[in-house]
Unconditional design. Structure first.
Ligand code: FES
Length: 662
């Protein structure tokens, strides 16, 4: 009921309420209650961001009867906006709708400043849209002979009066175009303000588009996501091979190249920046926008890629003690990285954690948020170097483990990258020892269709070795059981050892004893890294394992456990985290608080150097067994019949630290 203090207005979904004198517009009412109602034009009826819907009816809970005519009549600016840009019948512009009587006012998601973007994975929390870059429309006083103030000062006055923005700096290119822009816009302009401090762009009149790109720079692939900073929507995604591959397949060989050729880091820097430029062009043309619309960029990558994109020499990362140039977040201008975006665009590189644990892992942490959970999570990003994070809200530990490229199909006789034709799924009949398989790009199994495999990719190698172990062809110590040659033509002598013929065609694909050893070495290093973190945390088991990255998305959790890639866990709780590093870059692009959050979390992460940890060798040797020489796997055994355990083997040593991810 309207009282002497004014009409009662309740905003939903926030539930914030207050009394306002008749005639107060809803934008002002919302602002006074700190209700999340957007505006770019500052209430001038031209941006359309402040749209609201009146909820009609009697609301006993609030003691209110609310009706559309409890607002002032539809105004002329609203009519003009409806004609120009469209405005749904039930909607009003909050800045031009005056309060007449009691109201329940709904702020739809598209009118909320801090709207949330729901992520596809069911267990992922939504991203709140609150970017570091904001747009502000202003009307600037015209110059006056009687008042001696510059155009910039009058612009700053308007920003202070209308938007409460004080002490702003302006980029040089903004100053250079300021006079022309203000006159072109008839003394109206929209400015982009970065971090509430710097004017990074200015356009004549009203402008309502600001885009950003989140980059995930891996050693093998580079991916970018073009996002609308206002809605969080991904407008385009693109990925490409990292052209640095010509300097070496893995990161260590690229660092060696720099070490052997002084000054060669410039070449690597140019090449990766060229790749980012190409991606900017591809992403913007794919979304029908221009590179000039891109005002904000974020970046994740392993330490070496992170350094190279930022123009930093990675040489120190090639040898112990693997010193980073900086483990803070890095802020740069896009033009300083030779990127063809808007001249005022800024780049934010997430912080690296340690010499082997990069900004990509910081992105994984931001995306998976183990620091916000009770459950102790184990997160593994499997690449040439596996990056491992363990912990919860109490403590967070991180390490990397030198798994080498075997999981990517390298160093495996029939290995290849995941590409059409690569075997990715394998089943071995426990009785006949006959295989059946599936290849990338085809949903049929080989016993139903004639398939022509070209090799075996990482997930296929995990499955074939795990299946051969379950079928008894590979013994718990990793040896291929030659006695089975008498039972099946699939087991064949191969020098002093035996091989398993997976595909007897063209090409002939065999799993050799050396292939099994390579996988044992890789998985032993990964498992040992996980165990070291568990020792440091003081837990014997983990409740939840997340497998991040492209490889993590492809491997079957049960087979990963059978192989002993990760410690025992209920297979139902071993899940793929998707491209968590890239998602972390996107979160940092869309939410300013996430930057402060990850910078704080990274400072608190306890880093472990696996190579010098006293128990690494012990854990590694045990982990050479399938699934492990001594550690029990009761939760796996509850769902899979595991062969008898074998004594620990000493076959093999941990490989020397190599570099790379993704
Ligand atoms: S605030 Fe821009 S139209 Fe209402």
């Amino acid at each position: 009921m309207t009282t002497a203090d004014g009409a009662l207005v309740v905003f939903t979904p926030s539930g914030k309420r207050g009394r306002f004198p008749e005639g107060t517009n809803l934008l002002d009412a919302a602002r006074s209650l700190a209700v999340d109602l957007d505006s770019v034009c500052g209430g001038r009826g031209i941006c359309g961001r402040c749209q609201i819907v009146v909820s009609e009816g009697t609301f006993a809970k609030h003691g209110i009867t609310s009706a559309a005519d409890h607002l002032t009549a539809f105004s002329e600016p609203e009519r003009v906006y409806r004609e120009r840009s469209g405005l749904a019948a039930e909607r009003r512009l909050g800045c031009h709708a005056g309060i007449v009587s009691d109201l329940v006012v709904d702020v739809p998601p598209d009118s909320q400043v801090h709207k949330q973007v729901v992520r596809k994975q069911a267990d992922a929390h939504p991203i709140e849209i609150d970017p570091v870059l904001t747009l502000h429309y202003v009307e600037v006083d015209e110059p006056d002979l009687a008042v001696s103030r510059g155009d910039l000062e009058r612009l700053l006055d308007a920003l202070e009066t209308d938007w409460d923005l004080r002490d702003l700096e302006a980029d040089e290119h903004v100053l250079a175009s300021l006079q022309r822009t203000l006159r072109e816009g008839g003394w109206t302009a929209t400015v982009a303000v970065h971090d509430g401090r710097t004017i990074t762009a200015i356009w004549p009149g009203l402008r309502d588009i600001a885009l950003g790109i989140a980059f995930d720079v891996g050693s093998t692939t580079v991916a970018g996501h073009l996002c609308d900073l206002r809605t969080g929507e991904v407008l385009a995604s693109a990925g490409t091979m990292n052209p640095q591959i010509r300097f070496g397949e893995d990161l260590m060989s690229r660092v060696s190249y720099v070490m052997l050729h002084p000054g060669a880091e410039r070449e690597l820097i140019e090449v990766v920046r060229g790749c980012l430029r190409d991606l900017v062009a591809e992403l913007t043309s794919g979304a029908d926008v221009t590179p000039d619309d891109v005002l904000e960029l974020t970046l994740v990558g392993n330490p070496i890629m992170h350094h190279l994109v930022l123009g930093l020499d990675p040489t120190e990362l090639g040898t112990a003690p693997f010193a980073l140039v900086t483990d803070r977040a890095v802020h740069r201008r896009a033009v300083d990285l030779d990127l063809d975006t808007h001249p005022g665009a800024r780049v934010y590189a997430l912080p690296c954690i340690a010499g082997h644990v990069g900004a990509d892992t910081a992105g994984v942490i931001l995306s998976e948020a183990p620091h916000a959970q009770e459950t102790v999570n184990l997160i593994v990003d499997v690449g040439t170097n596996a990056e491992i994070v363990l912990g919860n809200r109490e403590r967070l530990l991180a390490a990397s483990s030198p798994t080498g490229p075997a999981f990517e199909g390298a160093q495996i006789s029939c290995g290849q990258r995941a590409a059409p034709g690569a075997i990715e799924r394998v089943r071995i009949d426990r009785e006949t020892l006959e295989p059946r398989f599936r290849v990338v790009g085809d949903d049929s199994w080989s016993d139903d269709a004639a398939l022509s495999p070209t090799g075996v990719c990482g997930s296929g190698i995990i499955e074939v070795i795990a299946e051969l172990f379950l079928a008894g062809v590979i013994l718990p110590d990793g040896a291929i059981d030659g006695s089975l040659a008498a039972r099946t033509p699939r087991v064949v002598p191969d020098g002093r050892t035996f091989s398993y013929v997976l595909h007897d065609g063209e090409p002939r694909l065999t799993i050799t004893q050396n292939d099994v050893r390579q996988i044992q070495l890789a998985k032993g290093a990964l498992y040992a890294g996980c165990r070291l973190l568990m020792d440091a945390y003081g837990v014997e088991t983990v409740e939840r394992i997340r497998l991040a990255g492209a490889f993590g998305a492809q491997i079957s959790p049960v087979h990963a456990l059978v192989l002993g890639l990760v410690p025992d866990c209920d297979p139902a709780n071993v899940t793929a985290a998707g491209n968590a590093a890239g998602t972390g870059a996107r979160i940092a692009l869309l939410n300013r608080a996430a930057r402060a959050e990850i910078e704080d979390v990274v400072r608190r992460v306890e880093k472990l150097e696996t190579a010098v940890a006293p128990r690494f060798q012990e854990h590694f040797v045990g982990a050479m067994g399938l699934p492990h020489a001594t550690d029990p796997f009761p939760r796996l055994a509850a769902v899979v019949d595991l062969p008898e355990r074998a004594p620990a083997t000493t076959a093999g040593r941990p490989r020397r630290r190599g570099r790379s991810t993704t």
